[in-house]
Design a binder for this molecule. Sequence first.
Ligand code: F0G
Length: 468
Amino acid sequence: MKHRGQPPEPYRIKSVEPIRLLHRPEREKRLIEASYNIFGLRAQDIYIDLLTDSGTGAMSTRQWAALMMGDETYAGAVSFQHFEETVRKITRKRFVIPCHQGRSAENMVFTTILEKGQYIVNNTHFDTTRANTLHKGGIAVDLPCPESTSLEPSSFKGNMDVEKLEKFIKKHGRDKIPMVIMTVTNNSVGGQPVSMKNIKEVSAICKKHNILYFFDCARFAENCYFIRRDESGYADKAIEDIAAEMFEQCDGVMMSAKKDGLANIGGFVALNDERLYQKLTELMIIIEGFPTYGGLAGRDLEVLAIGLQEVMDFSYLDFRIEQVAYFGRQLKQAGMPIVEPTGGHAVFVDAGQYLPHIPAERFPGQALTTAFYIEGGVRVVEIGSLMFGGEDLTNGEKLLAPRELVRMALPRRVYTNSHLDYVAGVAQTITNRKESLTGYEIAWESELLRHFTCRLKPAAPEAVQMES
Ligand code: F0G
């Protein structure tokens, strides 16, 4: 039967975890104790946690059962064989290297292929991918398509700018570019998908110039869903077949399996080049573990072998992507401008537009983030000038983010639409008093990745008005 409107959850609930809403005065106290930084809050003090979709998903009955089947043999574990077989089948790659999460895959790959002063080109680097490139002395270059920053809704805003890629390669030469990466979906521009056409165009360019082409495929199944839904010629194809077609375009992948692995921990590198595989495994034994467990327990590999298949189930993906879209519509109705269309794993609110009385220097995204906690015990995260701004270390200039966003990520299979209706209710309450929100000043910050640990204090409203 066809559903009317929102598809219902394609699963029923077998195990529950109580959550509790603290009274408002307690929430206020907790936020002050955390110096107004939501990374400092404790799990038990949060009612609904939309900080991230990474490692926060719920496992299926099959996965819980598989956990007990985990084979903890040091070398040659059966669970590794299950994992390897699944990853090979999905990614169409010969060699599979497990690791404990996405950033360790990045660390291993960049340590192996990148030399000082070389460029890694990406549609948009995720923070850890960028940090790992810089850490190895490389230069991280983002070439997102022009639509990625447009306010107009359009499909496949996650694409790479193919013309710019050609120009970049021409200018710098292939010897300066050891790898081009396509991040699917493109997290940093709003979880926006990449089209098969774009994936293939970039593949052709990389082949022509003999440059390695890798995917950062943390959310590969969500990307395949969008291809099926929005790209012509794919409406009748199975997600598995779309994934196969997509993965056949690249030389290798790095994956944070904490997302579309439907698991709480895990990652991998998969590739065809035997020499590169050998180099990676040598390094891996030093930093992650023996190649048949890679920093994970056998039970984690067993769980991943199932999660990676379950995530391609069409009814699961249909529910998930529709749930994100539903949540976006609810937030819009509550008066919040959002990035449109909604992407795969989160809704992004444009706090700069929503709170025009708070200048970017006073972090409107942080004002909204703290309001969600105070008003309803909801944790969301600022993705604006607190996260990306600061001082340019090369010239001392003050940096601001291109947009002041707040990300509301949905953990997989965790929250129902009633939870999201509650969050939308909180959003409406905030809208009703949004003129009263004030910005923040930084009381203390670390030199790198300051948003995780900085201490904040509310800025006086008069000060804000005087400056704006
Ligand atoms: N690549 C992408 C596209 C990601 O979104 C992430 C993590 C990573 C790599 C790194 O993987 O966390 O397993 O080391 N994203 C999380 C987020 C943290 O909240 O978006 P990891």
